[in-house]
Write a protein that binds this ligand. Structure first.
Ligand code: ATP
Length: 311
């Protein structure tokens, strides 16, 4: 089974308001509420790919209860660490062709709650083959928290895929125990080095050759519509995808992580791992729902992904 971790999940609320008036009462008829958070998107796609998955992380209050109900509706097993605080709402107001977002930062965890979660995580690994960790940490937990989760995974011989950014990503990369795979996008990679990383093969290879990435089996730099640039061991690959009509690209990175996790769990060949990860990513962009793919389209798109080894 794959374990998908979301440390700061949310209920994502979308308010379509044709003509938003500031400093006025705005009424909304059609409210959409979904269980959000990057790891929950990963869990949904893994499930749609036909693999067993369990969602974990930290949640609480009535918002936490809603998230669990939504996961149950999708038949996704869950085992979260419960806290005595409300999980967060994240609101997107869709108006005048624009999207204005109001994101709560969520609960603040104590060191004791962090330690208790790690204990639960350690126990959950008993029935797990591979772990994905996605998104940001809740307030109160130190930025080295993910690094501890990677270490616990390694102690038990379980590969861990980390998809995070900023300080958490830096800590994970600077530690001697490395994750099995990471999936930064170009903005996260640029932030890591404090430079604008270009999308060319030579520029990306120059960056990924940095010793910070030594020991990470798979570094998948996702490039949106341009596919990905990948370091696998000492080899580099450019992955290209077909042009498609994008409906909603939100969560494509999470869908890519899900595809990667499924393919690695199935011990697929290098080329099939990359094709699977790209296919789930692009399938998410052609659906309106976030963290949703039409599995019937997997085969035809898989065949259209191209892999080129870079010298
Ligand atoms: P997010 O933060 O929205 O989850 P991300 O920035 O982490 O996304 P991207 O690099 O945008 O990740 O996309 C991940 C993958 O999804 C790409 O490698 C590609 O396979 C697919 N994808 C994303 N955007 C597009 C697009 N416009 N057209 C085709 N495929 C896309």
């Amino acid at each position: 089974m794959i374990l998908a971790v979301t440390m700061n999940p949310s209920v994502d609320i979308s308010y379509p308001i044709q003509d938003l008036k500031l400093d006025h009462v705005n009424r909304v008829e059609n409210v959409y509420k979904t269980a959000g958070g990057k790891g929950l998107n990963v869990a949904r796609i893994v499930k749609q790919m036909g693999e067993d998955v369990m969602a974990t992380g930290v949640l609480g209050g009535t918002i936490g209860d809603f998230i669990i109900q939504e996961l149950k509706k999708s038949d996704i097993g869950n085992n979260f660490f419960k806290i005595n605080q409300e999980s967060r709402n994240c609101i997107a107001i869709l108006h005048d062709g624009k999207q204005t977002e109001i994101l709560e930062s969520g609960p603040t965890l104590s060191a004791e709650e962090g330690a208790a979660f790690l204990e639960k995580y350690r126990e959950l690994l008993f029935e797990i083959t591979l772990v994905t960790i996605s998104g940001s940490l809740p307030k109160g937990l130190e930025s080295g928290f993910y690094q501890m989760m990677v270490e616990i995974g390694q102690e038990k011989g379980i590969p861990v895929i980390v998809d995070t950014s900023g300080k958490s990503l830096k800590q994970v990369l600077n530690h001697k125990v490395k994750p099995f795979a990471i999936k930064p996008n170009i903005a996260e990679l640029s932030q890591l080095f404090g430079i604008e990383v270009e999308r060319s093969n030579s520029s990306l290879k120059r960056v990924l050759i940095n010793e910070m990435f030594d020991g990470i089996e798979w570094v998948v730099v996702s490039l949106g519509e341009s596919g990905a640039f990948v370091k696998h061991g000492g080899d580099y690959y450019r992955v290209t995808i077909p042009a498609i009509d994008v409906v909603n690209p939100v969560g494509s990175g999470d869908a890519t992580v899900a595809g990667l996790a499924v393919a690695l769990k199935r011990k697929q060949s290098v080329s099939d791992v990359l094709k699977t990860a790209m296919t789930t990513g692009l399938l998410n962009t052609i659906e309106a729902g976030t963290g949703y793919i039409d599995i019937a389209k997997f085969g035809p798109f898989f065949e259209l992904v191209e892999i080129k080894k870079i010298d």
